[in-house]
Design a protein around this ligand. Structure first.
Ligand SMILES: [Zn+2]
Length: 190
């Protein structure tokens, strides 16, 4: 470590690379970032084999992770939707996972089901009823989702508070707030 530190002190180099947006106006996919990183590592190990290199990523990759079927308690209905379903907007992607653009150059949006949540015991929790269920394919609604997590009393709360006049710092005043603070939902916020 001593030798490394000395070298670092003497010849510290910082390279910044803005991976946020590419020419097409879309975010880099995770694959793009990995490809770029491998490329950078090749260059570094060829030209600076004795240096210690540190790669720092901001949340560029989370954009692609979040785009799509991320868990979000926003606008979630408390009950099973009577008409239609509760879906979330996502970028339409082609077979390579790249966003699809319309004639105006805007990313085409489609509505998709959210990915599964995670129950307290670590098993996955589909947010839509399974095949064979009388509501197969429909969104379960927050009440059912909370009950399945063992939060029976919280499931009886309102979907939202009127005017959101909750006590400062409240985390379980209404259904959306309770879900928003569940670990699996919380880890998808950034
Ligand atoms: Zn409240």
């Amino acid at each position: 470590m001593g030798g490394c530190g000395r070298k670092m002190g003497r010849r510290r180099q910082e390279c910044c690379s803005r991976l946020g947006r590419n020419g097409g106006g879309g975010y880099f996919t995770n694959d793009d970032v990995i490809k770029q990183t491998h490329h950078a590592m090749d260059i570094l190990s060829r030209n600076y084999p004795d240096e210690m290199h540190v790669f720092i990523f901001d949340n560029a990759t989370t954009h692609t992770k979040r785009a799509g079927d991320a868990l979000s308690a926003r606008k979630m209905p408390k009950l099973i939707p009577k008409d239609g379903n509760f879906l979330v907007p996502a970028n339409k992607v082609d077979a390579d996972g790249k966003p699809v653009y319309d004639a105006q150059g805007d990313i085409v949006k489609i509505n998709v089901c959210m990915r599964d949540g995670t129950l307290p015991d670590g098993t996955s929790q589909p947010l839509y009823f399974p095949a064979g269920h009388e509501h197969a394919g429909k969104f379960k609604g927050m009440a059912v989702i909370l009950k399945e997590r063992g939060l029976v009393r919280k499931a009886k709360l309102n979907a939202q508070c009127k005017g959101f006049k909750c006590a400062p710092g409240a985390t379980d005043c209404y259904c959306q707030q309770v879900l928003y603070n569940q670990p699996d939902f919380a880890t998808e916020r950034s």
